[in-house]
Ligand binder design. Structure first.
Ligand SMILES: Nc1ncnc2c1ncn2[C@@H]1O[C@H](COP(=O)(O)OP(=O)(O)O)[C@@H](O)[C@H]1O
Ligand SMILES: O=C(OP(=O)(O)O)[C@H](O)COP(=O)(O)O
Length: 402
């Protein structure tokens, strides 16, 4: 391992722990999700060792509807940890310091949203962040800094890179497992076929991954918005914005050249859908072979069943499968066939697998699959994308320092 972990840290310490509890917020209500459950493992372990556990996390960005206090997060986290999680509505002022100083061994305290502190956000070098009043005020109250927020580690923010320069720094359990699994495509050699399932709505992100990973991945199985853009490049009448949509045309302009050169140079590694699904006049799922599409007349919401039949054996023959993005609008049961089909094949295959992206991984529980049947289900979005391309993450790099 390239950084120190909780195994290297003596118990009964005053620890400052960065989590990523950033969550969907609907009508002001913070939605429970995998991030709470995962981080609860680290928090529980620290509390049980008799540490004084002070937690930092962020929610949303200033100006956004989801930029809210962490008070609800404390209650949700407490449910997962099975212990009380105190909350103080302050980041590093007197109120926060008083709460930190009055904490007993084994107790847990969550500080207010780090992004309510002006010095948190601008992306700057770790040395600059370490010099902020935020970091300089809090750090002297602790023996160690633990970063568990892998999914935010691509941001060079004060709570993610500053404290590691001021305090002995360690990786939490989530950081450890996410780092190892998500970096594996860049760092590991697999004996057999490596397959990547590419979908979702953020085509620009996944096309960048494909462009960087061509030598590491044997087969890319495409669906979602990226899949349609590749079909468009191959001369089909799909992948265009129809009234009111804004999925395709901008991403087409931004990626057209890359898509065309990928198809040119790596065509045999790239599998495109042979059929697509749509909502028919009875509001039911209809399917059409791509070869029979002659008009840009309707949106397509999933890959078709013939495509799943083609992708399924490729997955079952793989040594490793990485998933980035859903193959269709799986939140609607009618259009879950592609996403569930590939996930099911992975879960039934004895391969190393990583499923990434907050949205895609929701399909696992939604359709009754068992997370234990996958190698690793990542809670990271942007950080996972960067790890797939082998790019360094600022919050991980600072942990590697002596
Ligand atoms: N053809 C499609 N039309 C509309 N939405 C789609 C389509 N294919 C995939 N999606 C949507 O993509 C979302 C996932 O996209 P994305 O955010 O890129 O991935 P992730 O959240 O896994 O990182 C899913 O919620 C799914 O509904
Ligand atoms: O949720 C997060 O990233 P993700 O949307 O890529 O999964 C992280 O908490 C980073 O949040 P940010 O993208 O507002 O900096």
């Amino acid at each position: 391992m390239t950084f120190k972990t909780l195994d290297d840290l003596e118990p009964e310490q005053r620890v400052l722990v960065r989590l990523d509890l950033n969550s969907p917020v609907e009508d002001g209500e913070v939605q429970d999700n995998r991030r709470f459950d995962r981080h609860a493992t680290t928090v529980k372990e620290l509390a049980e060792r008799g540490d004084k556990v002070i937690l930092m996390a962020h929610q949303g960005r200033p100006g956004g509807d989801d930029f809210v206090s962490l008070e609800q997060h404390a209650a949700i986290l407490a449910d997962h940890v099975g212990r009380d999680v105190q909350f103080v509505a302050d980041t590093y002022g007197d109120e926060a310091i008083d709460a930190i100083e009055s904490l007993d061994a084994g107790e847990i305290l969550l500080l207010e949203n780090t992004r309510m502190c002006d010095e948190e956000l601008p992306e700057e070098d770790p040395e600059v962040k370490a010099d902020t009043e935020f970091v300089q005020t809090l750090a002297p109250h602790f023996d160690a800094y633990i970063n568990d927020a892998y999914s935010a580690a691509h941001r060079s923010h004060a709570s993610l890179v500053g404290f590691a320069l001021e305090l002995p720094a360690y990786a939490g359990r989530v950081m450890e497992s996410e780092y190892e699994a998500n970096s594996s495509i860049a760092t590991r050699e697999f004996d057999g076929q490596v397959t990547m399932v590419v979908g979702g709505t953020k085509a620009t992100d996944v096309i960048d991954v494909m462009n960087n990973l061509g030598d590491k991945v044997d087969q890319f199985l495409l669906g979602g918005i990226a899949g349609e853009l590749f079909l468009r490049a191959a001369g089909n009448d799909v992948g265009f914005d129809l009234d009111g949509m804004d999925f395709f045309d901008d991403q087409w302009e931004a990626n057209r050249e890359t898509i065309e050169s990928l198809l040119d140079e790596r065509g045999d590694q790239i599998k495109l859908a042979v059929d697509l699904a749509y909502e028919d006049e009875n509001d039911e799922r209809g399917e059409i072979a791509v070869a029979n599409i002659t008009e840009k007349d309707r949106p397509y919401l999933d890959v078709g069943s013939m495509t799943v039949d083609e992708y399924d054996p490729i997955i079952r023959d793989s040594e490793a499968v990485f998933v980035k993005g859903a193959l269709g609008l799986f939140e609607d049961e009618r259009f879950a066939v592609g996403t569930v089909g590939v996930l099911q094949a992975i879960s039934e295959t004895d391969c190393f697998s990583v499923v990434g992206g907050g949205d895609t991984s929701r399909a696992i529980e939604m359709y009754g699959m068992d997370e234990a049947d996958f190698g690793h289900v990542s809670i990271a979005g942007g950080a996972y994308i960067r790890a797939l391309t082998g790019a360094p993450l600022a919050g991980v790099e600072v942990l590697k320092q002596d």
